[in-house]
Write a protein that binds this ligand. Structure first.
Ligand code: ZN
Ligand code: FE
Length: 256
């Protein structure tokens, strides 16, 4: 049964903060804490009391607010066991398959390494929500800072298998620029062409193109589409292993 209300707000220069709130119990979780002041202001605006921070990975733009938010709210900080030593204030460490209760709602932990070596995503199956941090972006994916293409591709495959109607929230918004790159990889993709038009209009008025859905990403995100014959042909990689094709798309994006 769906029970969570979600509030997304811009934070820092290009991060998003996200709050999830269980009306029945009042429990509220922040996905990461990019900035303490902005997070506390969002809580105040909604009239919600923070009970948890669900950390996706250790980068400063996702954990900078941890200490001050914990001091202000007494919340419990949950984060990946594999990078616990670099997450300020962490109370509870999680691994693949672990469950985290936010009031009456349950998140399942999916390990999604690649951007960082311990990165995790939080999937709320009953609410059809997934929070993927810097693993998958709308029409893009995170940089391979602490993992190789094979590792990241395994992570993306896990996300790609979630129910297509799942709503997906990411740590950053680069959708407009991502569309311009994606169109160089798969210009003949009609779903991508349509999406790029919608996104350009949203960007013009500074409106977010997030959240997205698993289905929308499967249809238009080149990083989830190394099996596309058109992409394979364009890259001259017909029939090659999908993780290698993914790696080539990532390499091209790094140089775009
Ligand atoms: Zn990051
Ligand atoms: Fe980030």
């Amino acid at each position: 049964m769906a029970r969570l209300e979600v509030h997304q707000f811009p934070s820092r220069s290009d991060n998003y903060g996200v709050l999830v709130h269980d009306k029945a119990t009042g429990a509220t979780a922040a996905i990461d804490a990019p900035d303490a002041e902005e997070l506390l202001a969002a809580l105040h605006e909604k009239g919600w009391k923070l009970t948890h921070i669900l950390t996706t990975h250790h980068h400063n733009d996702h954990t900078a607010g941890n200490a001050a938010v914990k001091r202000a709210t007494g919340c419990t900080i949950v984060g990946p066991a594999k990078e616990a030593e670099s997450i300020p204030g962490i109370d509870v460490t999680v691994r693949e398959g672990d469950r985290v209760e936010i009031g009456g709602a349950t998140a399942r932990v999916i390990e999604t390494p690649g951007h960082t070596r311990g990165h995790v995503s939080y999937h709320f199956p009953d609410d059809e929500l997934v929070f993927v941090g810097d693993t998958l972006f709308s029409v893009g994916c995170g940089r391979l800072l602490e993992g190789d293409a094979k590792t990241m591709w395994s992570s993306l495959e896990k996300l790609a298998k979630l129910p297509p109607e799942t709503t997906l929230y990411c740590g950053h918004e680069y959708t407009d620029a991502n569309c311009r790159f994606a169109l160089t990889v798969e210009p003949e993709n009609h779903a991508l062409q349509a999406r790029a038009k919608v996104v350009a209009k949203l960007a013009e008025r500074g409106a977010p193109a997030l959240p997205t859905t698993i289905k929308q990403e499967l249809d238009s995100n080149p990083f989830l589409r190394p099996s596309s014959p058109a992409i394979q042909k364009r890259l001259g990689m017909e029939g090659r292993p999908l993780n290698e094709i993914f790696g080539e798309i990532r390499r091209r994006k790094d140089q775009f």
